[in-house]
Design a protein around this ligand. Sequence first.
Ligand SMILES: [Zn+2]
Length: 118
Amino acid sequence: MNSFTKSKAEVRCSECGGFILSNADLVVTWRWFVVRPFHRECYVEALRDERDFFVGNHIINSWSGDMTARASLVLAPLLALFAYAAYGPLGALFFFAACLIQPAVRFYSWWRYERHLY
Ligand SMILES: [Zn+2]
């Protein structure tokens, strides 16, 4: 089975357009400010390629992506508490919402791509 064989989930690589068949071969990151899936090899090629400046170097579906999302969840109420003391309720809301961006992106990556693969 090659990368162009159709999978059940139809997760397609943002670089080559081929089907991604397993979570082990999936890298989810930013490209042009949009969350995109890549094959592992295509991601490396995209990072090395000088013409594609907007491929992110933070892998969302990695151990570091998981830890960043969890840390943001833990820090959100603490930061909101400090922001409330310093800036009032609007500041608290802003910092709380900002802390939830990373977990939301991590959840989106799982929902959109990872849950369909093995
Ligand atoms: Zn690819």
